[in-house]
Design a protein around this ligand. Sequence first.
Ligand code: GTP
Ligand code: MG
Length: 170
Amino acid sequence: GNKSINAKLVLLGDVGAGKSSLVLRFVKGQFVEFQESTIGAAFFSQTVAVNDATVKFEIWDTAGQERYHSLAPMYYRGAAAAIIVYDVTNQASFDRAKKWVEELKAQGNLNMVMALAGNKSDLLDAKKVVSEDAQTYAQANGLFFMETSAKTATNVNDLFYEIAKRLPRL
Ligand code: GTP
Ligand code: MG
């Protein structure tokens, strides 16, 4: 029979990395050039079909601004999956992503599926973070890695689909 799975998913990452844009692309198929910075967090849901199951993602899109950092545990606590997002044109955002990974490894759910997303892959000329470095970091820390573009939609559905495939089947 077709199983139905509810999965809490949280997006974490630096201001402007593109968390909200990835969610907007995944949930509504849209992109806006002037996406407003998130205040607190925003909730969305979207369903993905994988093999024998339907996964309903309950998505918390958190705010990257430092003043909201203390709220983050409310959103990653009990989460089945996390997407840590950085901007491939911004080295500092990659450093911030590593900090989030450390925090999740220390405080998050042990079985959490973690994905590292290098977003804005459409900005080829401005790229600063080398793909191989991110891939090596992800592999060493048990995350899977994808470069995405919320703008062109490259790898956005694939990112959520890969997470859905990796969730434990209860
Ligand atoms: P906070 O809510 O402040 O934490 O930021 P965020 O991570 O949600 O980033 P947001 O989605 O608001 O995107 C920030 C800016 O980057 C916006 O102007 C987006 O249009 C732009 N942006 C997001 N994703 C992409 C992308 O894949 N490519 C390009 N070129 N721009 C993007
Ligand atoms: Mg946002």
